[in-house]
Design a binder for this molecule. Sequence first.
Ligand code: HEM
Ligand code: HEM
Length: 179
Amino acid sequence: MHTPRYNNLAIALHWILAVALVYQIALGLWMVDIPKSPPGLRAEWFNWHKSIGMSLGLAVVLRGVWRLKSGAPTFPLGLPVWQRSLANINHGVLYACMVVMPVSGFLGSTYSPYPIKFFGVVLPKLWAASPPLKELMSTLHFGASRLFMLAITLHILAALWHLAKGDDVFGRMMPGKSA
Ligand code: HEM
Ligand code: HEM
């Protein structure tokens, strides 16, 4: 009998987002250390991070809509309850971080004195700058990024563990015949 698996749209979204999110996290970690002078370089990389981050936010909406409409395939038969529960909890954390990261980043930037440029296009200012709200959003962005990195690490370790065990879990997220 065939093990239920993710369909090709879900698999494409998973892998595009996985690569882009890891890039975005590395970019965020790296860019915060760019010196403020001479001016220009730091702002350029920040704007790039903001543009990619907002695009990722849109991709997450697409993925979320797919997920809410289609649900997840049932777990392979014989997968212990504790593994199902841990997987569900960690997937929940991953989805939560995929929402909180772009939203907190975007809101934080709307409260900063600098305009947001989306791939070079200056977006209209939504409201006045507010240092305390910017600080709050930055703290959330920072904290959620650490939780996200932890959840991604656990997720990858779990995926590789299933691959090493040779059970059906890893193949559910690999391109192939759709169920
Ligand atoms: C999936 C989306 C995103 C991820 C994974 C992400 C990740 C990160 C990470 C890891 C950092 C470094 C934090 C540190 O160590 O200090 C960072 C910083 C930052 N990110 Fe993002 N980010 C995302 C979206 C956005 C968006 C949409 C914006 C703004 C439109 C944004 C604006 C910023 C800014 C301004 C910083 C510098 C620190 C601060 O002022 O809070 N990010 N981001
Ligand atoms: C930023 C990186 C990643 C994120 C945010 C992420 C997120 C997710 C989420 C949320 C799910 C659950 C899908 C759902 O039920 O809707 C999932 C499933 C899965 N991911 Fe990832 N993933 C990432 C990277 C990876 C990597 C690098 C691997 C492989 C080494 C991997 C392997 C898998 C597998 C095998 C499944 C299917 C699990 C199952 O059968 O229930 N993921 N991923």
